[in-house]
Design a protein around this ligand. Structure first.
Ligand SMILES: Cc1cc2nc3c(=O)[nH]c(=O)nc-3n(C[C@H](O)[C@H](O)[C@H](O)COP(=O)(O)O)c2cc1C
Length: 173
């Protein structure tokens, strides 16, 4: 069996933030790319695994954006944004949208969604949102979106992220 069977790693408030980050990394997630288009028409987007479904009625979702990212400003100011849930084959897009250099949207196929927010071609699911609220969340903004439109494919496998590495599903039944 992989992994340590004993020997807890620990974090206490005021301690090494890396161990807290690693503790948070114990929670396996999917991977999304969150996008918008600013008033000048420039597209913005970043890789985010902080996506959470929030409410069915009204239909709400959450994404948390580090305040230091360049995308946080445009995404929290934009009336509309999109959340693209990535499939296994979209690992290159996840890397592109989490790496500083380069023209992210030039390297990825996409089409325009509501408010011009880019929808990445081949995504497992796409949520087109209106900005519902922005809350302060420490060193992150908590962006709440109201889902105006969503579409998803039932067949493909998701791209997963766990302990700082990309993963894929194991169970098939
Ligand atoms: C799998 C994965 C998940 C990430 N999740 C988030 C997240 O939820 N929120 C966030 O602000 N950054 C997250 N990041 C980091 C950003 O994608 C990264 O800092 C990006 O370069 C920010 O781009 P920007 O500064 O151009 O906006 C994640 C990175 C990876 C690889």
């Amino acid at each position: 069996m992989r992994g340590r069977m004993s020997g807890w790693r620990k974090f206490e408030e005021g301690g090494d933030p890396r161990s807290l980050r690693d503790a948070f990394g114990s929670f396996a997630t999917g991977v999304t790319v969150v996008t918008c288009r600013d008033a000048d028409g420039t597209p913005h987007g970043l890789t985010a695994n902080s996506f959470t479904s929030l409410s069915l009625d009204p239909p709400l979702l959450i994404v948390c954006l580090a305040k230091v990212t360049t995308s946080a400003g445009p995404l929290t100011e934009s009336e509309r944004f999109a959340v693209n849930v990535l499939r296994t084959e979209q690992r290159p897009a996840s890397i592109t949208f989490s790496t500083p250099a380069g023209d992210r949207f030039g390297k990825t196929r996409w089409e325009e969604g509501l408010g011009g927010a880019p929808l990445l071609t081949g995504s497992l699911a796409m949520f087109e949102c209106a900005r519902h609220a922005v809350h302060d969340g420490g060193d992150h903004w908590i962006l709440v979106g109201r889902v105006e439109r969503a579409r998803f494919e039932e067949g493909p496998d998701p791209l997963l992220y766990f302990r700082g590495r990309y993963r894929r599903l194991h169970f098939d039944d």
